[in-house]
Design a protein around this ligand. Structure first.
Ligand code: GRF
Length: 202
């Protein structure tokens, strides 16, 4: 399966996906990495692996719609089977999601439906949580609301700060996203009727 990954920053999740895809038996390959930030550290990581990269700067376009249209055109030219949002910090419009409904995955650093949105680790600590984690989910029009594919949990320790918790969650993110991509690429999980349906359910 052909995958295009979207990043805005360091791209550690994109790197984890790229490493998983490098295994001979992995059912997906990353054919390109798209970024909305020229300084995204993940661009150099992708280029070091020989993965094509494209940057789409919002300021180069007169509107959000024009920015997305350029991305959608570039995406169509690559005919991806799956789009993996990996630290991509821009909301996709309904037009974009409808165009690729069921084919867009995202990783969010909380156990959804708890803590959608930003600053998830500080919010978990402030709420007194003793468990935190990540969610890989299908992207739907509501932010961080799509059906979950894989989740992983880590303990919240008494001395944790947002940074120490983020680092612990990242370790399980880097295992969860490749697992979720494998499940979707192999057709073992897909989105149907707004739910994540496994092959066994059919
Ligand atoms: C990660 O916590 C991820 O869950 C969130 O962005 C953070 C950085 O991701 N979406 P990456 O290192 O850029 O993949």
């Amino acid at each position: 399966k052909r995958v295009v990954a979207f990043i805005s920053g360091g791209g550690s999740n994109m790197l984890a996906l790229a490493k998983a895809c490098a295994a001979a038996d992995f059912p997906a390959e990353i054919v390109a990495v798209f970024s909305d930030k020229a300084e995204a550290g993940g661009l150099a990581k992708a280029e070091a692996l020989g993965i094509a990269t494209r940057t789409f700067l919002r300021r180069d376009f007169p509107s959000k719609e024009a920015h997305e249209a350029a991305i959608l055109d570039a995406l169509d030219a690559l005919s991806p089977d799956i789009v993996c949002l990996a630290g991509y910090m821009r909301l996709l419009s309904g037009t974009f999601i409808q165009r690729h409904e069921g084919r867009i995955l995202n990783i969010h650093p909380s156990l959804l439906p708890l803590f959608p949105g930003l600053h998830t680790h500080q919010r978990a600590i402030d709420a007194g949580m003793r468990i935190a984690g990540c969610t890989v989910h299908f992207v739907t029009e509501g932010m961080d609301e799509g059906p979950a594919i894989v989740q992983a949990a880590v303990p919240v320790l008494p001395a944790d700060t947002a940074d120490t918790l983020a680092a612990r969650v990242l370790t399980v993110e880097h295992r969860s996203y490749p697992l979720a991509l494998r499940l979707v690429a192999e057709g073992n999980v897909r989105m149907e009727g707004g739910k994540a349906v496994t092959a066994g359910d059919l």
